[in-house]
Design a protein around this ligand. Structure first.
Ligand code: NAP
Length: 246
């Protein structure tokens, strides 16, 4: 039996959740394009390590908040692997700030980096996926998109928008055999949360029924499941330790 591999783009794959997804998928035998923006050394190290172990990984620098760079990332991926089976829109930023202190720049930067990037990347790959009548898009959202986070109104807004985008696009692209789902993680141990001090982290942990902070691999496992599943679309799956149950 021939097992067909899949060609997968992971945006923001140089650190945190994206890195864990890249590693798990490459180590599972998939062909992975790791997109990074600022963390060139980290991206190079991951590539070298995985290539040395015999896995198929390439890296590409692109700021996904810019349409032109998204197009270049998609063109490069097709040039390397021939087609794209899966897009994982993971790249993102966060900012903790009172709503009344948010500037237009804060707001626009959040929309551009966390939401418009998803629009650009998805549209660039959708043209190819529709032609090949096959595809899988996985958006990394957040629990804040489900229930809202105080002092993260702009972040919560874009994550809620990603959930709406996911549901609508799943309906539109389902007939083209393209699945669209989102993962809405709870609190995960990455650089994104490095500002939270030890005491606050302990308090957060106590609020979580499973009694632990998530690890990037918890989200990678969920992403791998969605890469392999054949009948799930339009869903927002939330690995969060029971912190948010709706
Ligand atoms: P992280 O550790 O801060 O990593 C962020 C990643 O995004 C980095 O690889 C970074 O790449 C990339 N990135 C940022 N801006 C980019 C841009 N303009 N173009 C390309 N790449 C860009 O964050 P994380 O915790 O892994 O978060 C990953 C995703 O999970 C985000 O969408 C986040 O909103 C979501 N999430 C995280 C949590 C959590 O608790 N950590 C919870 C819910 C949802 P470079 O370093 O190369 O620039």
């Amino acid at each position: 039996m021939i097992i067909m591999s899949k060609n997968i783009i992971v945006t923001g794959g140089s650190r945190g959740i994206g890195e864990a997804i890249v590693r798990m998928l490459a180590e599972s035998g998939y062909n992975v394009i790791l997109n990074y923006n600022k963390s060139e050394d980290l991206a190079n190290n991951i590539k070298e390590e995985l290539k040395n172990k015999g896995y198929n990984i390439e890296i590409f620098k692109a700021d996904v908040s810019k349409r032109e760079e998204c197009k270049k990332l998609v063109d490069y991926s097709i040039e390397k692997f021939g087609n794209i089976d899966v897009l994982i829109n993971n790249a993102g930023i966060s900012q903790i700030k009172m709503f009344t202190d948010l500037t237009d720049d804060d707001w626009n930067n959040m929309i551009q980096t966390n939401l418009n990037s998803v629009f650009y990347m998805t549209q660039e790959v959708a043209h190819h996926m529709i032609k090949q009548h096959n595809g899988n898009i996985i958006n990394i959202s957040s629990v804040w998109g489900l229930v809202g986070g105080s002092c993260e109104v702009h972040y919560s807004t874009v994550k809620a928008a990603i959930n709406g985008f996911t549901k609508a696009l799943a309906k539109e692209l389902g007939p083209s055999n393209i699945k669209v789902n989102a993962i809405a993680p709870g609190i995960i141990n990455t650089d994104m949360n490095k500002e939270i001090d030890k005491e606050d982290m302990e308090n957060l942990k106590n609020e979580i029924p499973l009694g632990k902070i998530g690890q990037p691999t918890d989200i990678a496992r969920c992403a791998k499941w969605l890469v392999e599943d054949e009948f799930t679309t339009g869903q927002i799956i939330s690995p969060n330790g029971g912190w948010v149950i709706i």
